[in-house]
Design a protein around this ligand. Structure first.
Ligand code: SAH
Length: 311
């Protein structure tokens, strides 16, 4: 954003430059030249600087969603169409695009596994950090050709920490993301790189719009659905409210592109509860998916057309 305190001094400077450019080669400029320059400056400087001072509105929004089942209801409700050729040929990712209330919405999923397994892959969703970061990075690269993405929302399911107040079905809007399975004990710099903590863009208005279901919180990311005792220690050190397998890696890709980002995560299982994660995850995936389906249209309604400082 162009701070308004800079606008008027800049306009004065602009007027002065106009006067100099329009003045005759012999100095000082005649009163007639100064008058003409002042009139031109008065008519052109204000709109010019007003345009510079206007914060950019959000018009091009990317939703990064790992699993096809998580994305489908949102894609269908917005009537987005699959885009052949959006990603490079070798990429397994899927992109859906369309217009919504004057915004361009792009949903990218991590696609299906075609690499592992005996023949042509296992066919399961490419969950986890590597596909999510790569899909988000390529999507932002592609959108660079049309003015760039204004905002990226990483949406999906997550595990919640009961001790931090999370319950099944809660919607979390992230305040930051960090990694819990990147241990690099080679001094403070590598340790900080490993944790890779990144604050997300503040969304106080959206939190209000989604209340009372939504809560703010830190999302910790790793490549496993379960957690080892060492992971649990790092998750606590990260101050995590929820745990997923993508947020921190998508955040990294967004930071590289300078695209503001945050996560919308619905709790499917309680990490510090007494039920096995897999069992609870599968039991609640359906309800969590419909909560996500309920929340995401409200997210796009809220962000579309707003400035980043109005979220
Ligand atoms: N069995 C599932 C696989 C899902 S893997 C299937 O039906 O295909 C888990 C996905 O849900 C990841 O994208 C991850 O981000 C999210 N997730 C939900 N609960 C999680 C938890 N407790 N820990 C880590 N990721 C979780």
């Amino acid at each position: 954003m162009y701070p308004s305190v800079c606008v008027y001094p800049s306009a004065l400077l602009y007027s002065y430059c106009s006067a100099v450019i329009l003045s005759p080669t012999t100095m000082p400029p005649s009163p007639r030249h100064l008058l003409v320059a002042a009139i031109i400056a008065a008519f052109t400087a204000r709109p010019l600087f007003a345009a510079l001072a206007m914060p950019k509105k959000i018009e091009n929004v990317v939703f990064s969603i790992a699993m096809e089942d998580e994305a489908r209801p949102f894609v269908q409700s917005l009537g987005l169409a699959p885009q052949a050729g959006f990603f490079p040929k070798a990429a397994p990712f899927v992109a859906y695009r369309g217009k919504y209330k004057g915004c361009t919405v792009t949903v990218v999923t991590s696609g299906k596994d075609s690499v592992y397994g005996e023949k042509d892959g296992t066919g399961v969703d490419n969950v986890g950090t590597v596909p999510a970061a790569l899909a988000a990075f390529l999507a932002m690269e592609k959108l660079g050709g049309e003015g760039g993405a204004d905002l990226l929302v990483n949406a999906g399911t997550c595990g919640g920490f009961g001790k931090m107040g999370a319950g099944i079905g809660d919607v979390y809007l992230t305040t930051a993301s960090a990694n819990h399975d990147r241990r690099i004990p080679l001094g403070p710099a590598f340790e900080a790189y490993g944790t890779g903590s990144v604050p997300t863009t503040p969304v106080p208005g959206l939190l209000e719009a989604l209340s009372p279901a939504a809560k703010p919180g830190v999302c910790t990311t790793g490549n496993s659905l379960d957690a080892t005792p060492t992971d649990l220690e790092q998750m606590a050190a990260n101050g995590a409210h929820v745990k997923d397998m993508e947020a921190a890696s998508v955040g990294w890709a967004c930071e590289l592109h300078g695209v503001p980002h945050f996560g919308v995560k619905v709790v499917t299982d309680i990490v510090d509860g007494d039920r096995p994660t897999q069992e609870e995850f599968l039991e609640n995936l359906g309800t969590a998916a419909s909560t996500l389906q309920d929340a995401l249209p409200k997210v796009i309604d809220h962000v579309c057309g707003k400035g980043h400082d109005e979220l």
